[in-house]
Design a protein around this ligand. Sequence first.
Ligand SMILES: [Zn+2]
Length: 215
Amino acid sequence: MRDYLVNEVGLGGVFTMQQVREAIPNVSQVDRRMRELRQMIPPWVIRSAQSDASLALNTYRLDVIGGEEKAKLPSSKARREVFESSAHRCQVCGIGVGEEYSEYPGEVARLQLGHWVPLEQGGSPTSKGNLRAECHRCNGGIRNLTGSAVTAESVESRALALPRKAREDLVQWMRQGSREVPTAEVLYYELRSLPLAAQEEAVARIRASVELRDN
Ligand SMILES: [Zn+2]
């Protein structure tokens, strides 16, 4: 992957995932390889249409050839805490883990760790304050810009349409920079991330406990 980018694509060169897969037939998990390169010291800078609007959809440009040393990774504890505090939702586009992308029927979101300040801009790779949950499409920079991308106008108009209590909560959360996530909401996404059979069994038992209490 590294050799291909340096020798075939070259600095400033533009490429697609399809071209990488064709050029390196045995390459697996291209998204993951790109993510690893972006986490090297110094980080490789590979821009996508999401980070640079001048790029066509699904194309990438190699802007900086980085180093070969792997940056430290956040601990699994930090990882779990970030996912829990985001209620297992992407903090870029809001999709929940296991939910289907409306613009990509059949594809469900997986969560990965991303950074508020990108590593290429000096953001910390491990400090919790710089970590956020991102779905694999936002993390890979491959989410369709015209899809459910967040714009100030759409967020504001939907916020203004909320009931008063919800608007008050929203203002409060923004003021404190965080929000308490109801445990049931966290568990909803954890349940959805389980294999289907385990999910159904657990839900059946939880449902039974609810019905029991009703009697
Ligand atoms: Zn997302």
